[in-house]
Design a protein around this ligand. Sequence first.
Ligand code: LMR
Length: 329
Amino acid sequence: CGGSDKKETSAPAAEGDGGYTKEKPLVIKFSHVTSIDSVKGKAADAFAKLVDEKTEGKVKVEVYPSSQLYGDNDELDALVSGNVHMIAPSVTKMVKIDPRWQYVDMPYLFENQEHVRKFFNSDLAKTILESDQLAANDIKGLAFWENGFKHFSNNQRPLVNVEDFKGLKFRAQAGKVLEAQFKALNAGSATIAFGETYAALQQGTVDGAENPFNNFDTQKYQEVQNYLSVSAHGRLDYAIFVNKTFWEGIPTDLLAAVEESLDEATTLAWELATEENEKSFENIKNSGIEVTELTDAQKEAIKNQLEPVYEEFTDVITEELINGIRDLK
Ligand code: LMR
C-alpha cells in the first residue's frame, strides 16, 4: 500500500464512506456461538439489518452463528488476529485476557435484572469495558448485551438442597470461579465448549449444566436433561468486542452509522433478553422435564455454601468491582 511499511489497517480512517459501495461493501465479520433464534442470535441479526439500512448497503455485517466459524476455544484468538472483527462472548470467556470478567460468575452477586442494568449503565462497567488489558490485545469493548440468570440442570435428581449436588459433574464455560463454585457444592466440573455441550450431556460425559432459560431452550437441552432448578445463582451476559485496529479504520461516516446501529441493537438485545427468557421458561415447563422453583430459603442455603468462592476470588475480581456492583443495588 503506497510503498509504506505500515499495515493497511493502521492507516487513519478515511473520511466519508471511504469509497465503499453496495456492490463493494466493507465487510464486518461477526462470529458467535448460539443459535439464530437465541437472544444473541436475534440481536446480532437485527444489528446486521440496521447496518445495512443505515449505510445503504455500504457495510455488510456477516453474522456466523452456532460456532459455525469459530467456537469458544478460538473466537477470541480470531478476534485478536483480525480473522473476525466482532464477537459477543459470554463475558466470563474473557478470563484469558482479564480475570475480572468473572465478576459475572460470582454467586448471587446480582439481585435482579434491574441491578444488572444499573451495572451496565455505570461508570464501573465502563472501567472494565475500556480496560488497558483489552487495548493491549488490540480489542475494544463497545457495549453490554444482556442474557439472564443461570439455573442448574442435571440428569440424576432434582437439585433442591445443597447435598443434592454431591458427586455430580457439570459442564462449565471457563475459568476458575465456576470451577470453585461447583467444588464448593461438592460437585465436579469440566470446561466444555458451548457447541459441544449437547453431546456431552447426551453421552453422560457430564450430568448437568447451568444456563439461562433461553440458552437451555434454544439448545434443546430438554432432550438431554431431566431436572431444572430455578436457582438464579449467577449471570450469563455478553459484551460486544471488536478488533480495535479494524474498527478504528472504518471510514468516519460509515462508523457513525454502524455505532448508531449498535446502540439500537443493544436496546433490542436487552428487550429480547426479557421476552425470550420468559418464553423459553414456558417452553421448558411444557417440555415434560421436572422444573423446581427453589424457595428463598433453599437459595439462601446454596448461597451460604458458595461463600468460599468469595473468599478465594474477591482479590482476583477486585473489591472495587464486587463492592461497586453491590453498592448499585
Ligand atoms: C455458554 O458457553 O454457555 C455461553 O457462552 C453461550 C452463549 O454465548 O450464550
